[in-house]
Design a protein around this ligand. Structure first.
Ligand code: C5P
Length: 240
């Protein structure tokens, strides 16, 4: 499909994919595909155009002609839609709803396939999502399936929201994570499953640093980057 090396990072929400993908992309100076942001911005573009999230043809037409720009920032990928910064809006609760709604539409997924593959450019790509290894880059030389217990993911999300000053209920967060897992894993198109040749990493008891170092070691062992020992970011934050 492509000779550009691609490292796929798939897994459920809250496992630490975004943090890992960003650190890897910066470390290797490779491109970064945040595929969730792509689904989120399609949801937002549908809202702008008054196209219902259930309107498959309408949403697919929007996905095909999307005028969006993605810029990797310090902590997240910033997104512009038709020249307007929609970063905060697409990462809101409504943004998540829109993304999951349009993500179940086969024609939308098909329309985004070619767009996502265009991200694979020299010198390499870190691709973060749910189906990077199974559908979008099936020939990738390294696929990571990053997971963590629902409890650990809920606790990380809880701390993040508290940090932002939002008051939340931990049991409610846990319920919503379990619901989302069930929906993502059971949908008929591109369900959340590990690719057969993926390496599964469970980050429940690992720090972000430990996950990062395991993945850079795997990249080195497959000849994708040089050995990185002694060349790692000096951080000790949690895996999300
Ligand atoms: O990764 P993020 O939480 O931003 O993704 C938002 C939603 O987009 C997910 O809950 C999922 O429904 C959908 N998605 C997807 N396939 C991807 C990435 C995201 O279906 N590759």
């Amino acid at each position: 499909m492509t000779s550009t090396p691609v490292v796929c990072i798939d897994g459920p929400s809250g496992a630490g994919k975004g943090t890992l993908a960003m650190r890897l992309a910066k470390h290797c100076q490779w491109h970064l595909l945040d595929s969730g942001a792509l689904y989120r911005v399609v949801g937002k573009a549908c809202l702008n155009a008054d196209v219902a999230w259930t309107n498959e043809e309408g949403a697919a037409a929007i996905a095909r002609t999307l005028n969006a720009e993605f810029v990797v920032g310090d902590r997240e990928v910033h997104v512009w839609l038709d020249g307007v910064d929609v970063t905060a809006e697409i990462r809101s609760e409504l943004g998540s709803k829109g993304a999951s709604a349009v993500a179940v539409l086969p024609r939308v997924r098909e329309a985004l396939l070619a767009r996502q593959r265009e991200w694979a450019r020299f010198p390499g790509l870190i691709a973060d999502g749910r189906d990077m290894g199974t559908q979008v880059f099936p020939d990738a030389p390294l696929k990571i399936f990053l997971t963590a217990s629902a409890e650990a993911r809920a606790e990380r999300r809880y701390s993040q929201l508290l940090e932002k000053g939002e008051s939340v209920s931990l049991p409610r967060l846990l319920d919503s994570i379990r619901d989302r897992d069930a929906r993502d894993s059971s949908r008929s198109i591109s369900p959340l499953v590990a690719a057969e040749d993926a390496v599964t990493l469970d980050s429940t008891t690992l720090t972000a640093e430990q996950v990062f170092s395991q993945v850079t070691d795997l990249m080195a062992s497959r000849g994708l980057v040089g050995r990185t020992s002694g060349d790692r970011p000096d951080t000790s934050d949690s895996a999300n």
